[in-house]
Design a protein around this ligand. Sequence first.
Ligand SMILES: *Cc1c(COP(=O)(O)O)cnc(C)c1O
Length: 524
Amino acid sequence: MCKIRCQNEIGYAYCYRMKVPLGQKEGKEMEVLYNSTRSKGAAVTASQAILKGLSDDGGLFVPNHIPALDKSLKELSEMDYKQVAYEVMKLYLTDFTEEELKNCIARAYDEKFDTEVIAPLVEAEGAYYLELFHGSTIAFKDMALSILPHLMITSARKNQIKNEIVILTATSGDTGKAALAGFAGVEGTRIIVFYPKNGVSPIQEKQMVTQKGDNTLVVGIHGNFDDAQTGVKKIFSDKELAKEMEEKGFQFSSANSINIGRLVPQICYYVYAYAKLMNEGKLAEGETMNVVVPTGNFGNILAAFYAKNMGLPIGKLICASNDNKVLYDFFRTGTYDRNREFMLTTSPSMDILISSNLERLIYRIADNDADKNAELMGALTGAGKYEITADMKAQLNDFYGNFASEEETAAEIKRLYESCGYVLDTHTAVASSVYQKYVKETGDNAKTVIASTASPFKFTRSVMNAIDAKYDAMGDFELVDELSKLANVKVPNAIEEIRTAPVVHDVQCDVDKMQDTVRGFLGI
Ligand SMILES: *Cc1c(COP(=O)(O)O)cnc(C)c1O
């Protein structure tokens, strides 16, 4: 038995790790189980947590401890993406066999990605942009949603589930298409996506409404993303509906970023980025790396936080917001307050006032106290705000929050393009702008990875307008070709596909009719 310093759920305590002889099955003490953030009920296995998505009490599933990496940074630095993904995911999905997990990974990170590297790093002005948009829908959601359907089907098999699994998803734009692409045609599943009718980019909408597959349904709701998310949560927690579904051979699950099967695959690319930079001699072994994440629902940055707590030498977790700067205010004041005007910005995937995954962090800094967390989340549902204690706030030192206005975001796209020819999408530009502010404010010049969450081709009009207002006169696809010339990047397949694809979904509904729409599609 060896004693290693690791940061687990209890804090910066010492924990013991068994040295398991090669080939021997790992002991029970290595098993990670999942608790709800809102009650002290029995813990569930990883596969059960993936199937359920959300706990019955409305809480999110969290691992009962954060496992430490059991491969050295040196070993990781010699691995490819799939190998790193296995080394990270095996520590969380402890009820999956090696064969099951490797099979899921192989099916996810294949030719759907337009580069074998899966997540390339691009250096610009000394920062490293981790391009997470090389999957089938050119946004970072593909990193997790290309593997989630396989994790889910494997989980169903492991738990002898015979019901058809109905994926219910609220999207601010990118999740929807990535989930549709992941689940379309997957036997034993159906997928229903709700998006704010006037709250996504034209290309995002076109990507969704052209989705093929008999098991898919895309619905534009008359409301914003928070309305969609709240509506979906309501449908999930409707006991009456769940009973009827069970009788008819259906059960819900969630592909939203609250699903632990989304969160865990996202930890992998931070470990991979570190390993890759080390392999290329850009980081010395153990050197601190900062991370900047353009944040909406808090899933992506939470994954970086988990990576840090697994022992990856991450320094600051820099949380970048757009004009919907609830998180910036929260990190500054300790009060989370959603009572404010909802802003539609050019980075729509971050237009969020309730960052669902923050609940996992709140639970943790409340010393895993489900009652305390439930009380705060109750306040958020009721009064629309809560305040954390001074003790809790003291545990947020790893985080730095800031935001970029619409003008700053556009200026950052133009600035970086003019300085080095690299074109950012609007979300990544928010992160890049906040990174500039951070460095200016703190002088911290640690090596930094900026999560690059979407291809500029997904938000072509905003990106081109930022570079020069003259582009506004052009049509959507004309702009795509212009961007391709300007950035010297081939038009991604995901865009080529939708140029001519017919619209196959035109359903719209009011927020209070979401459940009826679901019933209609399932015929119940
Ligand atoms: C979803 C999304 C985000 C926000 O990520 P969270 O995990 O929800 O914080 C940022 N940028 C893009 C392009 C996205 O699609």
